[in-house]
Write a protein of this length. Structure first.
Length: 256
């Protein structure tokens, strides 16, 4: 993804998608899932492709020392604009591509490395996966959120695009909700890719299920119900069979 591409969607992404009930649910659910595995603050966290800071800021508020790395100047500008004064001393911004993360942070190793919603925009995720695992300290956490290839037919079916839904079984690519080409992974394949880089998978979760279906069907949830929706989504993301139908999944591993 080029910086210019993200500049064109930065406003919609930061001020629109994440401000919606669906966006708030994602932030809440991911944060709670992370807290089940992160070491206690003030542990160091590297958020690769952290965009406008929606995952970084809650961690900084919780006391973590966060480095937000992103290749887009426009997204980093959004993050600086949104940065709460109370956490400025716990946030560091780095403008760099995820494939150059190790060099960009000066070889520093982190207690946790996050990469949420990034791999799906990369034709070749391997260079970024290499960097995520290298930047994690021994015993450190690697946290990845990406599209769920096993549920690829859900979105076109909920939008009534039946021919597309039929073609989506087993598919890996689509045009995402931001209008950009995206690709998806499976939990099994991504787990194996991490193992090959010295990171042992610990757990995986679903992130969007009911809220996604409602949104795609045009019957989005009432904003007044956001807290209840988030609680249901958190539980669904931990349980089979629900998590398997989530449109994105969250995989957490530990560097050996």
């Amino acid at each position: 993804m080029s910086e210019d591409t993200w500049a064109a969607v930065a406003g919609d992404f930061a001020d629109g998608a994440y401000a919606s009930v669906k966006g708030r649910v994602r932030t809440y659910v991911m944060h709670r899932q992370l807290l089940e595995h992160l070491p206690a603050p003030p542990a160091s966290v590297l958020d690769v492709g952290g965009g406008a800071g929606h995952q970084s800021f809650p961690l900084a508020r919780a006391g973590y020392d966060v480095t937000l790395l992103d290749s887009s100047a426009a997204m980093l500008a959004k993050a600086r604009q949104r940065l709460p004064a109370a956490v400025r001393d716990r946030l560091t911004f780095v403008e760099a591509d995820g494939a150059d993360a190790e060099e960009a942070v000066g070889g520093r190793r982190f207690d946790a490395v996050l990469c949420h919603g990034v791999l799906g925009y990369l034709e070749r995720p391997e260079p970024v996966l290499d960097q995520l695992c290298r930047c994690a300290a021994p015993g450190g956490l690697v946290s990845i959120m990406t599209g769920n290839a096993d549920a690829a037919a859900v979105r076109p079916a909920m939008e009534g695009r039946w021919e597309d839904a039929l073609a989506a079984f087993g598919a890996r690519t689509e045009i995402g909700v931001l209008g950009l080409p995206t690709r998806a992974d499976t939990v099994a394949e991504l787990s194996e890719a991490l193992r090959g880089r010295g990171v042992e998978p610990l757990a995986w979760y679903g992130v969007w299920l009911f809220v996604d279906w409602l949104d795609l069907s045009g019957a989005g949830p009432d904003p007044a119900e956001a807290e209840r929706v988030a609680a249901v989504e958190f539980e669904a993301g931990r349980r089979d069979p629900y998590r398997r139908l989530s449109r994105v999944f969250h995989l957490v591993g530990r560097r050996t």
